[in-house]
Ligand binder design. Structure first.
Ligand SMILES: [Mn+2]
Length: 426
């Protein structure tokens, strides 16, 4: 008993000291009013790491904040009631945001592009999500189209600098792939011309709505609007530039017993690059095919279905197809096409419930795709502003692979031959 009471009194004797040592918070006193300069506040608080691709950790619900101008907006479209197989992509935006936790302003230098998009000219905002009903796809389509039109109509912060920058640019975190239709509707209206679509996907997504067999097909139905028909609908509506559009990474099974799907796709004017083509022409060959087809002038919507990647790498998606590209190949291709005139883009079909384990591999790939698209938009802006000096930022150390140039030269000859063959086929 004596031992216990003496230990207790010893403890009480120590406590007051512990309260004012290690646990003491010197900033606990509330200042009567904040007199801290804004720069100091920013230095203290603006390096949040829990956001999706947001410069200075800025999150704004852009749709209801017209007084917050921005240049590039990341907008979530948590919609997945137009899928044919596995739902779940409505959770894509939150998964990609979580997986982008290590994308920060202070460690944002893209070593492949020699540029940190988060500290460059544009104000990049995480614009939050579009509220979309899961009960009525016609209304959902209307909501999404209205949201894109609302945001594209805003005056960007860096309006006119570069000269072509008169509308904000949006990158959508899907959602299933059908979200590309409202985005294209709004872009076509905003730019008053059809938009070239660069479409990374295992699937065509130019399917006729009737391709999904139904005895009820004669009944007018919202079911025409799906994640496999949105480019068909967009083509019918004249939203797509059908001499400059490209599918890349195709490997889907087709309907029926022949290439009828390709014939229909042909009428919609896409160049098809299949997954296996990379073995014939390499990453550089794929880049060359895309750049030759689209060029650097026409406005482009870059749509990336994460199922373009192999499901071994990115299993968290709704309609996985074995035998896809690696993340490294996709990143290299995305870097290689940085000269495109991107007016918008998306990353879709990230469906975290199908991830194997808790490694976030699919969402991480999605976050990386956003980072690369952002980098390209920022870099193109710098070029157009006349602020990009090639080679200005030097990479120190030994350049590995320099000796491969002669091999690359030979490869280029092969690529040119393949391009001739593809051209002849078109
Ligand atoms: Mn797909």
């Amino acid at each position: 008993m004596f031992l216990l009471s003496s230990s207790l009194s010893l403890l009480f004797a120590i406590l007051p000291f512990s309260r004012c040592s290690f646990y003491d918070n010197p900033e606990l006193e509330l200042p009567t009013e904040s007199s801290t300069p804004l720069d100091e506040l920013k230095a203290k608080w603006d390096h949040e790491v829990s956001s999706a691709s947001s410069t200075s950790g800025i999150h704004v619900k852009c749709l209801s904040a017209p007084y917050e101008p921005f240049d590039i907006g990341i907008i979530g479209a948590p919609f997945d009631t137009a899928v044919s197989y596995r739902p779940g992509a409505r959770f894509g935006p939150r998964a990609i945001r979580a997986a982008s936790a290590r994308q920060t302003t202070f460690r944002g230098f893209n070593h492949r592009a020699h540029l940190n998009p988060y500290t460059s000219w544009p104000l990049i905002l995480d614009c939050g999500d579009i509220p979309i009903t899961p009960f009525d796809n016609a209304l959902a389509l209307h909501q999404m189209t209205s949201a894109y039109l609302e945001l594209l109509a805003r005056r960007p912060l860096s309006h006119g600098n570069p000269e072509s920058h008169v509308h904000p640019k949006l990158i959508t975190l899907g959602g299933d792939h059908s979200v590309a239709l409202p985005a294209l509707r709004a872009l076509q209206k905003t730019y008053a011309q059809p938009i070239a679509v660069l479409h990374f996907d295992a699937h065509l997504d130019t399917w006729h709505p009737g391709a999904y067999p139904s005895a009820w097909a004669e009944t007018p139905t919202q079911a025409d609007f799906t994640h496999g028909t949105m480019f068909w609908i967009a083509s019918q509506e004249g939203l797509i530039n059908n001499s400059s559009s490209v599918h890349a990474g195709l490997r889907t099974r087709l309907l029926g017993n022949d290439f009828n799907d390709y014939d229909d796709d042909e009428r919609q004017g896409f160049l098809r690059i299949e997954t296996d083509d990379i073995d014939a022409v390499g990453v550089q060959g794929i880049i060359d095919l895309i750049m030759e087809r689209i060029g650097t002038e026409v406005p482009v919507y870059l749509s990336v279905d994460i199922d373009v990647l192999d499901p071994g790498i990115a299993p968290g998606t709704g309609t996985p197809e074995p035998g896809g590209w690696t993340t490294r190949e996709l990143i290299q291709i995305l870097r290689g096409i940085e000269g495109l005139n991107l007016v918008g883009g998306d990353i879709v079909e990230v469906s975290p419930a199908y991830e194997s384990g808790h490694g976030e591999s699919t969402a991480l790939a999605g976050a990386q795709v956003v980072f690369e698209i952002l980098t390209s938009m920022v870099k193109r802006g710098l070029v157009d502003r006349g602020d990009w000096i090639e080679g200005a930022i030097k990479k120190p150390g030994r350049v590995i692979g320099g000796a491969k140039k002669s091999v690359l030269g030979k490869l280029k000859q092969v690529v040119e031959k393949v391009q001739e063959v593809v051209r002849d086929e078109l």
